[in-house]
Design a protein around this ligand. Structure first.
Ligand SMILES: C=CC1=C(C)c2cc3[nH]c(cc4nc(cc5[nH]c(cc1n2)c(C)c5CCC(=O)O)C(CCC(=O)O)=C4C)c(C)c3C=C
Ligand SMILES: [Fe+2]
Ligand SMILES: [Fe+2]
Length: 350
């Protein structure tokens, strides 16, 4: 990195009182969804208010949504969800696992890219902290004229990928001197990702002393209406599951795709994970495994809703053995996936 400061030699083309300029670096900004700063009512309310005010997440007209959000949801939900977060909190670090894993992914990515001295790696959250805007500013201060913006979701959804991109570009709207920004496309069908998922499943299953009759690939859902309006998310989830079946040599009966985490009264993408788990147990299935290919890190939705709740639904309805396969997180295979994507997007810039 070069620095031009006031007091440059008389031969410098810049006037002596020219403001300091840092330049010559490329930033990589890993962005995940977000997480509350604590499990208390205030932190939860602040987080949910930001999340659920995002028009990319809730597409209901504001005149209908805001009275509901501020009148009912933000009064009741923070306490309920705070309790759920409390159960899966990384108490040692005093933060959620999503934040721990995202920071680890950033630190490990910096190590993996150490052969590229001009690259600076950082991380941010779409909701909560550290904000995307603050980390873009920090990258600029370090001399990044170009930034690779990586919404960490393997499958594109307007509610996740697009809102990260929107938010970053809103930050750029404030700037006189903008960096060049490259947004990372979804990687739902990347062979490195599919292979990492397959190995994750194989290794986990090999560690058990029983074999599941079925493995469910459970993706976060979206309202059916978003899909009908043209969101490619559903198709990308289907493709991930199909490629994974092909890689594992499994049938549809062995690897089933479901959608979890419904919110509100609208119909969401089906089949629903909770209803499917209940039905399978009632039909006599005894051994079940679930994993979450769409989540780059374990979080509330995987640890509490799947490892916790879905497991309980299965055993309460007659199932005997249940296992949740953890996400790729900051494992070696997981980092290989992220590194492959980042190196591809850095091409021509380093
Ligand atoms: C209409 C609401 C929501 C849509 C659409 C939605 C899509 C969506 N979300 C994720 C990933 C995550 N969501 C998480 C939590 C979460 N999601 C919603 C609502 C919608 N998500 C809420 C209200 C919450 C908070 C918890 C709750 O109140 O139930 C998380 C976990 C965050 C954590 O800190 O652990 C993730 C991750 C995807 C991938 C997605 C669309 C594809
Ligand atoms: Fe969500
Ligand atoms: Fe489709």
């Amino acid at each position: 990195m070069a620095e031009i400061t006031p007091g440059n030699p008389a031969s410098s083309p810049l006037p002596k009182d020219h403001p300091p300029v840092q330049f010559g670096k490329v930033g990589v900004l890993l962005v995940n969804l977000g997480t509350p700063d604590g499990t208390d009512y205030k932190s939860m309310r602040r987080y949910l208010a930001e999340f659920l005010s995002d028009r990319r997440v809730i597409e209901v007209p504001r005149a209908i949504w805001y009275p509901l959000l501020h009148g009912i949801i933000l009064n009741r939900r923070p306490q309920k969800v705070g309790k759920a977060y409390e159960e899966i909190w990384n108490h040692e670090a005093g933060e959620s696992w999503l934040r721990t894993y995202t920071r680890n992914q950033s630190d490990k990515m910096a190590g993996l890219l150490s052969d590229l001295p001009n690259v600076v790696v950082d991380w941010a959250m779409r909701y909560g902290t550290p904000t995307i805007g603050s980390r873009i500013e920090a990258l600029l201060k370090q001399g990044c004229e170009k930034i690779v913006l990586f919404p960490l979701y393997p499958q594109y959804a307007a509610a996740t990928t697009a809102t990260v991109n929107d938010h970053a570009f809103r930050k750029l709207m404030e700037m006189r001197w903008q960096p060049a920004l490259r947004t990372v496309p979804p990687y739902h069908d990347d062979p490195v990702y599919i292979d990492a998922l397959a190995r994750l499943i194989e290794t986990h299953l090999a560690s058990l002393d029983w074999e599941p009759e079925m493995v469910i690939a459970s993706f976060h859902g979206i309202p059916l209406s978003y899909f009908q309006k043209g969101d490619p998310y559903h198709c990308q989830c289907q493709k991930t599951a199909r490629l994974l079946r092909e890689r594992l040599g499994w049938s549809k009966d062995k690897l089933m795709l479901c959608f979890q985490s419904r919110f509100g009264r609208e119909e969401w993408l089906q089949p629903y994970t909770d209803k499917t788990v209940e039905a399978l147990a009632r039909q006599g299935m005894k051994r079940l495994a679930i994993f979450n290919p769409g989540f780059v890190s374990d979080c509330l939705e995987t640890l509490e809703e799947i490892a916790g709740e879905a497991g309980e639904i299965f055993t309460h309805n007659g199932g005997e053995k249940f296992t949740h396969i953890p996400c790729l997180n900051d494992t070696e295979d997981g980092m290989r996936v992220l590194e492959t994507v980042v190196r591809r997007e850095l091409q021509g810039w380093v």
